[in-house]
Design a protein around this ligand. Structure first.
Ligand code: NOJ
Length: 572
């Protein structure tokens, strides 16, 4: 594992989605000078790492996750000088910058792809994944993440190219050593500039399951995916995650790049199992510091039907999933901890109560996650308690995934548009992408112009200015949680044990290191919750560490949790 200067495991990370963070020039789009102007805010929060979603030159088919030039800054976001200034500002505040590395695919407007698609004998042709038509059609039945086939026909060469996401995001061919060298070169470019790590976009998808003809007479092929009748499942995803050469590629990347810098890495890994995550994050034999796994993001969807097939949360499922990851990676790898990011709905609307208990349930969720083992990632606005939006018309939405899904569901599958909108309200990615709410002024202080995506209506009540001035706010609570991580080693190394696994509203667990033991109690409901004291460690002599209600209330009702209450005790 690369040598890292600080004990990064004590740090909390903060994700910035630059398009929606802060606009400095009134064009309605967040930018780098906007971020620089808010660094004091991040310093006040106490985060040690910033994960910055892509800021590279891009035609924005998928908001920057389609990169046209890895060494240029997107025009709307500013210049390389703006970037350098932002980076210097972060360094001055002891904040490590983690860039987004999107190298499973590029934009179709990247120079490599422009060359590659021009002819079969172009030197860049083999940078991407091509297959001849099979009986005049797509070579496999794979479906892309944003709907439709994962293959698009290219007239000039008479072949199909693979894209696991939109057709403007062709997948790179990692089997080609020249591709890997180009990726390593661009990583060196940013690391030499002084960035402190990478979040690697869908990195476990880079090795595809090629089937070789043992006689060597025909070209390698890709297999079909199992057929799924309905729903928005992406069966092809399971075909391409953790492929046969993934670990070879990761080890090579480690040798050629990561081992030479002080950097922290997190690999986004859809469909990852704990065993796969162990392999990737093992301190000796792995390659990355941690992965983003998705298991707990699936607990409120119908199994096998994809994210839009809604299902009410059954708390024991969430507990079982998180606790499995806690125990399986303990001492073997390292967890990332998150409730939300730019691809997920807002946590309070999803797992808490975005009505009267908005702040309290936000604090409960924060407590529940931050007391676990791993690196917590806060998504911009989470610390303010930002919530989902419910726009009535699909045209209000900008996200390619949401728009494509609506179109296919309503026009091809003839689903009821109102039902489809319900799913979008619950799960759509634009829930997370509405502009950051800085003040109660026009456009929430995000821009002086017209924002690229509408501001959430609740900005007058939910905004950073209000949160900073209220000492009981969610922001200040997050600040306390972040500080605790630096002073309580048990939060870093302590063993996790789930209590009451079947309880449908209480999430209870302990963390223990030597004689220090913490008890975490969280009420995931709007009802009072009597504590089953006989099944819990003795709290009669325990000391309160942190909670979301005043201490007097703990004493008044030692055996009851109020709605959405969270308490952490130090057991003696
Ligand atoms: C995962 C990213 O988080 C998401 O926003 C993006 O659409 C896909 N990867 C494709 O890059």
């Amino acid at each position: 594992m690369p040598v890292v200067s600080t004990d990064w495991r004590q740090q909390v990370a903060y994700q910035i989605y630059p398009r929606s963070f802060a606009d400095s020039n009134g064009d309605g789009i967040g930018d780098l000078p906007g971020i620089t102007a808010k660094l004091d805010y991040l310093e006040a929060l106490g985060v040690g790492i910033v994960w910055l979603s892509p800021v590279y030159d891009s035609p924005n088919d998928d908001n920057g996750y389609d990169i046209r030039d890895y060494r240029r800054i997107m025009k709307e976001f500013g210049t390389m000088a703006d970037f350098d200034q932002m980076l210097a500002g972060m360094k001055a505040r002891g904040i490590r910058l983690m860039m987004d590395l999107v190298v499973n695919h590029t934009s179709d407007e990247h120079e490599w792809f422009k060359q590659a698609r021009s002819s079969r004998d172009n030197p860049y042709h083999d940078f991407y994944i091509w297959q001849d038509p099979v009986e005049g059609r797509e070579p496999t039945n794979w479906e892309a993440a944003f709907n439709g086939s994962a293959w698009t026909f290219n007239e000039a060469t008479g072949e199909y190219y693979l894209h696991m996401f939109s057709k403007k995001q062709p997948d790179l061919n990692w089997e080609n050593p020249k591709v890997r060298q180009e990726v390593y070169a661009l990583m060196h470019f940013w690391l030499t500039k002084g960035v402190g790590g990478f979040r690697m976009d869908v990195i476990n998808m880079i090795s595809k399951p090629w089937q070789l003809d043992p006689t060597g007479q025909s070209l390698p092929r890709l297999p079909d995916a199992p057929v799924v009748q309905d729903g928005f499942l992406q069966p092809a995803f399971e075909m391409v995650t953790h492929g046969p050469r993934l670990m070879d590629f990761m080890h090579e990347m480690r040798r050629e790049v990561l081992d030479h810098y002080d950097c922290i890495t997190v690999g986004e890994s859809p469909c990852a199992t704990v065993e796969q995550a162990q392999a990737i994050t093992d301190a000796e034999t792995g390659a990355l510091n941690m992965v983003f796994q998705f298991e707990h993001m699936d607990v409120d969807s119908q199994p096998g039907k994809g994210k839009w097939a809604l299902k009410p949360l059954h708390l024991p499922d969430l507990k079982a999933s998180l606790s499995h990851w806690q125990t399986a990676l303990h001492g073997k790898g390292w967890n990332s901890l998150y409730w939300c990011n730019h691809d997920q709905p807002r946590a309070i609307s999803r797992f808490g109560d975005d009505g009267v208990f908005r702040v309290r349930s936000g604090k409960m969720l924060a407590t529940c996650l931050h007391m676990m083992q791993g690196t917590p990632f806060i998504y911009q606005g989470e610390e303010l308690g930002m919530t989902n939006v419910k726009w009535h018309h699909i045209d209000a939405y900008q996200d390619i995934e949401t728009r494509n899904m609506f179109h296919v569901a309503v026009t091809q599958k003839r689903q009821n548009p109102e039902q489809v909108m319900k799913a979008i309200h619950a799960k759509g990615r634009d829930n997370a992408r509405t502009p950051m709410q800085w003040t109660g002024d026009a456009q929430a202080g995000f821009t002086t112009g017209q924002p690229w995506l509408a501001v959430n209506d609740n900005f007058a009540e939910v905004n950073a200015a209000q949160a900073l001035s209220d000492e009981d706010s969610l922001f200040h609570y997050y600040r306390q949680l972040i500080a605790l991580r630096k002073t309580w080693p048990v939060l870093i190394d302590g063993q996790f044990e789930l209590l009451l696994p079947k309880h449908t509203t209480l999430f209870a667990y302990t963390r223990q290191m030597a004689s220090v033991r913490l008890l975490v109690l969280c009420n995931f409901s709007s009802q009072f919750q009597g504590l089953p004291l006989k099944q819990l460690p003795d709290i009669s002599k325990a000391t309160p560490l942190i909670g979301n209600l005043p201490l007097e209330e703990w004493h008044l009702a030692p055996d009851t949790l109020a709605a959405w209450e969270a308490r952490v005790y130090v057991l003696s």
